[in-house]
Write a protein that binds this ligand. Structure first.
Ligand code: NAD
Ligand code: DAU
Length: 361
């Protein structure tokens, strides 16, 4: 059986972890389609650059002629859609790219895939999968006492990012319902781990701590996220691809709710032990409370019972083990961070945090 898959967004944070694990495990060939936006980084894929099982293609999921060509040349048995604009704060500053890639791009991708899938023979059609990677943010925000999100929680996206992801989820659902395309959707909580772009909380805090900058906490820092180690998310995607029921949605989470301020304090404690400040003080002294994110969701929490009971997936890492690996990775890969925290990154940090009363560039 042809074990070639197409992964979109495979030069980003989750995508590169997914591609690296797929190849390391000898699961087949990956055609990796990525537009290489500011968030895409070929350095993440350096170890598979010359691997015959990795075919990198620079391009846009919205380019139907390119995607159709890739489908007809490589004849994949699955498409895993990870390409997206992913940063909530950027979606508040400028929503248009989010609408273009997450909504319009996913629509064009679905159209190309539908055309390809329609002309497969019935055995290949049955085996084919389109797996769409989405987020818990489509469900909106929970109060302190609310039960975690399940697959039947109503959609209530609050940011342009989550609204654009919600729209793409609905399109995927419709392509299954209307055309019979064998789709699967995963809605995952906050990931962390290697190759996480340092605009996001955990890598930003590690980077700022080590470079003597302030650690900006939005509002009072009591917002809650449910953190999952990225390799566990990739394992969940593989499991859903392998045995997930066509047309279904699976929530993926870490059973690990933490207020932001606690996450930041944990990171400071780890760094105090592993790479102490020259003046002997704690990195926690660098914590600064800044102007809140507009429309900031208070709490996300995933009920991952369905994927555990039906597909037998559960996270392998606890937050303690995952954050230990993550901090070690960033300490050992400071060049990786240095290489990307220049140029466009500096402009973003300058614009975004100066509005919050902090100069971080
Ligand atoms: P990321 O921003 O790190 O990477 C996105 C990748 O997609 C980049 O390599 C970028 O170049 C590429 N890309 C962007 N637009 C493209 C386009 N039009 N065509 C082709 N490639 C394009 O994002 P991530 O954190 O790795 O997230 C991957 C997916 O997982 C996204 O769909 C996101 O919504 C979802 N997700 C992320 C998290 C998280 O915590 N990071 C949690 C749940 C779900
Ligand atoms: O829940 C899944 C989502 O998690 C994914 O769909 C998104 O793609 C991903 O970016 C992430 O979104 P968040 O907005 O939760 O992640 P971020 O790292 O940007 O922020 C985490 C929390 O930390 C959030 O409550 C905002 C806060 N924060 C963030 C930054 C960048 C701060 O307090 N200070 C900061 O400087």
């Amino acid at each position: 059986m042809n074990k070639t898959i197409i992964v979109t967004g495979g030069a980003g944070f989750i995508g590169s972890n997914f591609v690296l694990a797929w190849i390391k495990q000898g699961l087949g060939t990956v055609v990796n389609l990525d537009k290489l936006t500011y968030a895409g980084n070929l350095e993440n894929l350096a170890s598979v650059q010359h691997d015959s099982h990795h075919v990198f293609v620079h391009g846009d999921i919205g380019d139907q002629s390119l995607v159709s060509k890739l489908l007809s040349v490589h004849k994949p048995c699955a498409v895993v859609n990870l390409a997206a604009e992913s940063h909530v704060d950027r979606s508040i500053h400028g929503p248009e790219d989010f609408i273009q890639t997450n909504m319009v791009g996913t629509f064009h991708l679905l159209e190309s895939v539908r055309a390809y899938w329609s002309q497969l023979d019935s055995k290949e059609q049955k085996a084919f999968r389109f797996l769409h990677v989405s987020t818990d943010e489509v469900y909106g925000s929970l109060g302190k006492e609310d039960a975690p999100f399940t697959e039947t929680t109503s959609y209530a996206p609050n940011s342009p990012y989550s609204a654009s992801k919600a729209a793409s989820d609905h399109l995927v659902r419709a392509y299954h319902h209307t055309y019979g395309l064998p789709t699967l959707t995963t809605n995952c909580s906050n990931n962390y781990g290697p190759y996480h772009f340092p605009e996001k909380l955990i890598p930003l805090v590690i980077h700022n701590a080590l470079t003597g900058k302030s650690l900006p906490i939005y509002g009072n820092g009591q917002q809650i996220r449910d953190w999952l180690y990225v390799e566990d998310h990739c394992a969940a995607i593989r499991r859903v691809l392998e045995v997930g029921k066509v047309g279904e949605v699976y929530n993926v989470g870490g059973w690990n709710e933490q207020p932001n301020i606690e996450v930041v304090r944990t990171l400071c404690r780890k760094l105090d032990q592993k790479s102490p400040r020259a003046d002997g003080k704690s990195y926690a002294d660098q914590i600064t409370f800044v102007k809140d994110r507009p429309g900031h969701d208070q709490r996300y929490a995933i009920d991952a019972t369905k994927i555990a009971n039906e597909l037998g997936w559960k996270p392998a890492e606890t937050f303690e083990t995952g954050i230990e690996k993550t901090v070690n990775w960033y300490l050992e890969n400071q060049d990786w961070v240095t290489n990307i925290t220049s140029g466009e990154y500096r402009n973003w940090v300058q614009t975004h945090y100066s509005e919050r009363g902090e100069e971080l560039a």
